[in-house]
Design a protein around this ligand. Structure first.
Ligand code: ITT
Length: 193
């Protein structure tokens, strides 16, 4: 089975490629001729995930899956959530982290969770899979791997941030890998019905 991973985020692509077995071959957006930004105009992670996958199916007729993810911070009532990519005003990861650290400056509750919703579209049918990991946010950054908010997020049960973990270590526990594992399970039993 050939599937396109509908993302323009090179870090997400690298993480999913590191998790891929021989279950299916993965095509990139570039390989199917999609050079544009994907639409993300709903107000939920589920909605944006679906919107990206359906856009690729409708415009390119290729079976695909999309990942929409976000950091949900308890003390900020779930923000930045669906706005995670632009929270600091642009796509800049450092600006995003700076805003979060500023808003949490006097907060003792540092709990947060990463959430990923993967939407699969096969032959026009839509399926969704969710992955969550809970953790704590540090007051300063640690580590240089990963992307986004990884340098301030320590998963519960661990002492290192995601940015201090290799791609394989993060891939054993992350929100993305949890959602992706469900997608793989689904595809292994998918009969096309
Ligand atoms: P695509 O829509 O092209 O897939 P994107 O970067 O726009 O890529 P999202 O809309 O899902 O992806 O934005 C999610 C943002 O949440 C992302 O830019 C990061 O800031 C953050 N994020 C998502 N997953 C993360 C992870 O595993 N570690 C750290 N931050 C993450």
């Amino acid at each position: 089975m050939q599937l396109c991973f509908a993302t323009n985020n090179a870090h997400k692509l690298a993480e999913i490629k590191a998790l891929l077995g021989k279950t299916f071959a993965l095509k990139t957006l570039k390989e199917i001729g999609c050079e544009e930004e994907l639409p993300e105009t709903t107000d939920t992670i589920e909605g944006n995930s679906r919107q990206k996958a359906e856009y690729v199916w409708e415009h390119f007729g290729v079976d695909c899956f999309a990942d929409d993810s976000g950091l949900e911070i308890t003390a900020l009532n779930g923000a930045p959530g669906v706005h995670s990519a632009y929270y600091g005003g642009s796509r800049d990861f450092q600006g995003n982290i700076a805003r979060v650290l500023e808003e949490l400056k006097s907060e003792s509750d540092r709990s947060a969770r990463f959430k990923t919703v993967i939407t699969l579209v096969v032959q026009g049918k839509v399926y969704q899979f969710e992955g969550i990991i809970t953790g704590q946010l540090l007051k300063e950054q640690r580590g240089s791997q990963g992307f986004g908010y990884d340098p301030i997020f320590v998963p519960d049960g661990y002492e290192r941030t995601f940015a201090e973990m290799s791609i394989e270590e993060k891939g054993k526990i992350s929100h993305r890998s949890r959602a992706f594992a469900q997608l793989v399970d689904f595809l292994q039993t998918y009969s096309g019905e």
